[in-house]
Ligand binder design. Structure first.
Ligand code: PHE
Length: 333
């Protein structure tokens, strides 16, 4: 019998109590009122020789007390965190490094552009990437069979009907159809063109469209906002120019170039186009039932890839789509 007790004492000392389940199992094994070890030991008292009973009873009580002490200790250790778990975790070990992620340079550039314009009071609008011919072309004053449609090699889903939008300008139409002027929105989004893939063009890319329609909106407002934008993105002494251009949905139209300083280039740099813009063509306003005699507006559309490439000195657009971690890791801040 006394040997029995010493085996149990060893078990009490050696059972690891480092988890909730182990502690529960230990408590049930020793202290359960019906089947617990302590109860079983107590039940044996009548079998013990009367002269030994007192000592036996004391031993069983001591054992029970030790069980309770261990339970209490284990509960406290568990409550005060894993590092206190009976010295089983080496807190001096160096941590496992977690690889640091970062925003994709395109996401970062897009977020920045959106941030600049929302701080000027523009709202964010979104359309759909699958668009219909009317929103993508017709309502934007592209006449049927007009060569302008060739400017944008289109991925048609159904020839002449549905397509992957070739620019974010159809969202101008969607916004003006759903909202009376004044309208002041930017449209960040993805667009698709069936172009030969090279270092400077890809079959999909991103644009941020801007549209402001109200009474008395002028070309001066357009120039002012784009100048402020370029200064925020490229620095206070950025050089930019408006170059006359053509888009079916704006009149007059312009493209904006910024001067890219590069001492290795002849002339010390070159002009790089970052966006197209202009005053919303009256035909477009009429297509969405806005009176061009009352309202005027400006619109612009910029290429996010182009701007990201300028900001980060990336020389091949395809690297933005390959998801090569060696490339992406360079943008971990
Ligand atoms: N949608 C034109 C493009 O993709 C850009 C643009 C937008 C031009 C708005 C003028 C006004 O090239």
């Amino acid at each position: 019998m006394s040997e029995d007790l010493s085996t149990l004492r060893q078990e009490i000392e050696n059972t690891p109590l480092d988890a909730e389940e182990a502690i529960d199992a230990f408590r049930i094994r020793f202290l359960s009122r019906k089947q617990g070890v302590v109860t079983a030991l107590m039940k044996r008292i009548p079998e013990i020789a009367p002269e030994d009973r007192k000592a036996y009873g004391q031993d069983v009580n001591a054992l029970k007390q030790r069980v309770e002490e261990r339970l209490e200790g284990a509960q406290q250790a568990l409550a005060s965190g894993p590092s206190a778990g009976g010295g089983r975790i080496d807190v001096t070990l160096p941590g496992r490094p977690v690889p640091e992620g970062s925003l994709h340079p395109l996401t970062e550039t897009m977020d920045l552009i959106v941030h600049v314009f929302t701080s000027y009071g523009f709202q964010i609008a979104e359309g759909t990437e699958v668009e219909d011919d009317w929103h993508n072309f017709t309502a934007l004053n592209f006449p049927d069979d007009h060569p302008a449609r060739d400017m944008q090699d289109t991925f048609f889903i159904e020839e002449g009907k549905t397509l992957l939008r070739t620019h974010t300008s159809p969202v101008q139409i969607r916004v003006m159809k759903s909202q009376e002027p004044p309208v002041r929105v930017i449209v960040p989004g993805r667009v698709y063109r069936n172009e030969a893939i090279s270092y400077k063009s890809y079959c999909l890319f991103h644009q941020v469209e801007g549209l402001y329609v109200d009474k008395d909106v002028t070309m001066a407002d357009l120039k002012q906002i784009l100048h402020a934008f370029a200064r925020t993105l490229f620095g206070h002494d950025v050089r930019m120019r408006f170059r006359p251009s053509f888009f079916p949905f704006t009149e007059p139209s312009a493209e904006v170039d910024i001067w890219w300083q590069d001492p290795d280039l002849p002339g010390g740099g070159r002009w790089l186009e970052i966006l197209g813009c202009g005053m919303v063509d009256p035909n477009v306003l009429e297509a969405v039932n806005v009176d061009p005699e009352v309202y005027t507006g400006y619109a612009f559309g910029m290429g996010v890839e182009r701007i990201a490439m300028l900001r980060y000195g990336i020389d091949d657009i395809r690297t933005l789509y390959e998801n090569d971690v060696r490339f992406l890791k360079q943008f971990t801040s």
